[in-house]
Design a binder for this molecule. Structure first.
Ligand code: GUN
Ligand code: ZN
Length: 439
């Protein structure tokens, strides 16, 4: 990297190969869905992209802007992770269990430590260092049941000026006593946290009933009230991830038509709703997702690690379900959205399905932004977008450099990045225009 270092007080120009999407590519030949400029530039002022195009045309508007030359690397919108668990940063790589045992044996004990503010603060700092170093500039997180974890999560986001989404998990049964709230306290704490954080700076609140197993009907009822009172908040929960989970859920809610019907009957479904996993869905549930606009979130590294199953990407898209993609740390095994794409590709291969590299990079940028209704702010390098940017190097390891010797197209380069890339491929990250990766 050559040139001056960033000064956020005056305009800043980034030079490099600029790739951004305006729509989901129908296939690899859909040139209208993206813009790719070999010698491109972005002009940033006050955290926002104010010009974008050929270097020659942007430099002509740049006045005395500082210039950082990232050639020959790619500039793209920062990656968006639509599902992770903040209190699970020390749960990753826990051996030998499927979902329900994994929750009981590893996850709940780790989450209990988030009653301590000092632990929350230390882990929040670690989480943000990790996601940034992997190229993620926005994430949607489950915090623990404790308000302290939500405060730490948003305090750290605010310190780093990041657009982050999160919320306190609601759970009033089937968990250790020290991890349970009640329908009333969960409602009250969520309301207090929404008032404190939602819309403050770049923060958004997600109302977060963990899943039907850990919420009583009374709690889901109170959650429905919260959602009705705060329609501009997100809602996130888990759906149909694992056979034992689905069977236990059916025992707990015998009157429900299916798993999704539980959430639907309490008024939790809309285009603001993110449903993690969605692996074993019945036809009615797929129709209900399409009708309500609720998003199905694919978590490939988690689904493989926990042996949960294969997400039916093509089947859901054919039925007009909006999908998103995510790490699901710490059931997931990598903070990298590139590695997430790699495992996603393999999950699709096992089902004779395909995703083109252009579609894959659309998904982790603009596609996930669309799933969050935030594409006017993040997920693109359009003029007016917030300057959350990732700089990618497809030859960042010896193995990648060797493979890149034979690569001649952008699509091939993107595929190498998605299959072989990880945090080493992330040269730099800008958050609201400020260089943020610690090297
Ligand atoms: N279902 C309910 N809680 C969780 C969790 O923390 N991780 C995963 N993967 N699934 C869940
Ligand atoms: Zn999850």
């Amino acid at each position: 990297m050559r040139g001056c270092s960033l000064n956020s007080k005056k305009p800043h120009l980034l030079r490099g190969r600029v790739l951004t999407f305006s729509a989901e590519p129908a296939d690899g030949d859909d040139l209208a869905s993206y813009s790719y400029i070999e010698d491109g530039a972005l002009l940033i002022d006050d955290g926002v992209i104010i010009a974008q195009g050929d270097y020659d045309s942007v430099i002509a508007q740049a006045g005395d802007a500082a210039v950082t030359d990232h050639r020959p690397h790619l500039l793209m919108a920062g990656f968006i992770d639509t599902h992770l668990h903040f209190p699970q940063v020390q749960v990753i790589a826990s051996w030998g269990a499927k979902l329900l045992d994994w929750l009981n044996n590893y996850t709940f004990p780790a989450e209990a430590r988030y009653a301590e503010p000092a632990h929350c603060n230390a882990m929040a700092s670690a989480l943000y260092d990790l996601i940034i170093s992997h190229g993620t500039t926005t994430a949607v997180a489950y915090c623990s049941v404790h308000s302290t974890s939500v405060d730490a999560f948003f305090d750290e986001a605010s310190r780093r000026n990041m657009r982050m989404i999160g919320g306190k998990v609601l759970m009033d049964r089937n968990a250790p006593d020290n991890l349970q709230d009640t329908p009333q306290s969960g409602y009250d704490d969520s309301k207090t946290l929404i008032a404190k954080w939602h819309g403050k700076g770049r923060a958004h609140y997600a109302i977060t009933p963990r899943f039907a197993i850990t919420s009583s009907p009374q709690q889901l009822e109170a959650t429905g009230t919260l959602v009705a009172e705060h329609p501009d908040c997100y809602v996130q929960t888990h759906l149909s991830e694992n056979h034992d989970e689905i069977a236990f859920t059916a025992e707990l809610y015998p009157q429900a038509r299916d798993y999704l019907d539980i959430y639907q009957s309490y008024g939790l479904l809309s285009a603001k709703t993110l449903l993690g996993h969605c692996i074993y869905l019945q036809s009615r549930e797929i129709d209900a997702l399409a009708e309500t606009g609720a998003r199905a979130v694919f978590c490939p590294t988690s689904n493989l690690f926990l042996g949960s199953g294969l997400f039916d990407y093509e089947g859901l898209r054919r039925r007009d379900v909006v999908t998103a993609v995510a790490t699901d740390i710490g059931g997931g095994t990598s903070y990298s959205m590139l590695q997430t794409l790699a495992e996603g590709y393999k999950v699709l291969q096992l089902q004779n399905q395909k995703i083109h590299p252009l579609q894959a990079f659309y998904w982790i940028t603009r596609g996930n932004a669309v799933a969050l209704g935030l594409e006017a702010k993040i997920g693109t390098l359009d003029v007016g977008s917030e300057a959350d940017i990732v700089v990618l190097n497809a030859a960042s390891t010896p193995a990648m450099a060797l493979r890149m010797e034979t690569v001649s197209t952008l699509s091939e380069e993107l595929f190498v990045l998605s299959i072989m890339g990880d945090d080493r491929a992330i040269e730099q990250v800008y958050i609201a225009g400020n260089a943020a990766k610690r090297v």
